[in-house]
Design a protein around this ligand. Sequence first.
Ligand code: DAS
Length: 443
Amino acid sequence: MDLNSFLKKNKLEEGDIVVISKGNTKFAGTIVPSRDKNTLSLKLDSGYNAGVIVSSSLKVKKVGVGKRVGKPNAAKIKKNPGMPTVSILQVGGTISSRVDYRTGAVYTSYTPKDLIALVPELTKMANIESKLVSNMFSEDMGFPHYKVLAKEIAKEIKKGVDGIIIPHGTDTMGYTSAALAFMLENLPIPVILVGAQRSTDRGSTDAIMNLICAIEFITKTDFSGVGICMHGNSNDKKCVILPACKTRKLHTSRRDAFRAVNDTPIAEINYSTKEIEFIKKDYSKKSGKFKLIDGINEKTALLKVHPNLRHEQIEVFEKNKYKGLVLEGTGLGQAPVGMPNPLCKENVKVMKAIESLIKSGCIIVMTSQCIFGRVQMHVYSNAVDLVKLGVIPGEDMLPETAFIKLAWLLGNFKKEEVRKLMRENLRGEINKRTEIQEPETFT
Ligand code: DAS
């Protein structure tokens, strides 16, 4: 028996609250959409989902119907000439999601107007405009989405807004922030990406605080450029504004998952006092002529180096005519290319594949999977040999930032220019010296 016939037979539908008895266990939940045609999915009171394989012997009793979470009604927004204008360009993610208690499904469903209705404080701090750019999870985003978003931001700048908030998924937020930083040269306003680790319908949501702190920062400071606003610690004390090209999501679920890597936060916002403290005294301000430079080369890849790396994992890039490859190497920027004993024969093939890929015109950049610190490719012979082949040291760039930067450079500049600019600091992605930054553990 499949799910549909089970529901039909028991006169049930999504959203019904049921009690299931299996053997001597009983549990209650709301029927939610199921991905599998033989499984009944329930949203339990705990907020977790449970799946039960349906069968004619499965006992079920309907005990109620879930209440539908209505869409909050968007507040009527009156423009106040004395207030700055902030535009919300919604992209998606948990911050734009909610659970519909009738079905229990968490899905990106909000329009920006819903978000504004959820956080009416925003309309007291600025004239809010909004546009739904997309409603998607960030793991589904790719280079084409960066171009669309950069163009939308350029349109808002032309309209003369004073700042932009981008509700965005957290998984790949660091990639998008880097892409926007490179594509939008001399940004005259703040563009702040805001995510959430808990959807807005849950008591522990971080969405509201992150949005309020982002708008405080936009309306109360002279910062210009791209930044990320998320919780600064696991309680609701402060948010941090993090640098676009030096930020990584370092924890799968904590609300303070985002940390600056090889850098410091730009600023902190105390949630109760709304005090803003700049950590970076030389933060970016409005200067120079704004330019949209939104080329980006899709034939660019990021490969994590690992023991037993096979030559065919490198050859595939030459076969598919890739123009750029960032290696996330080990330690100071290493790859398995040495031949200290006969068991390392494969490493010789890896080296040959790298050499051939470079000869085919592909630019290769070395970064480190250590997260903190910078590559130093003059210390060990393996790395020295790679540099001799033409591999470019990625300094203290995050691998994901180096990947975005290389793709962006290849989409806008000639090859020799790319090689030169890859080693220069353009958007705060490279620090000349890496201050010893004790990797903050999550206390
Ligand atoms: N899937 C995650 C994303 O869209 C949800 C989130 O964390 O925002 O990045």
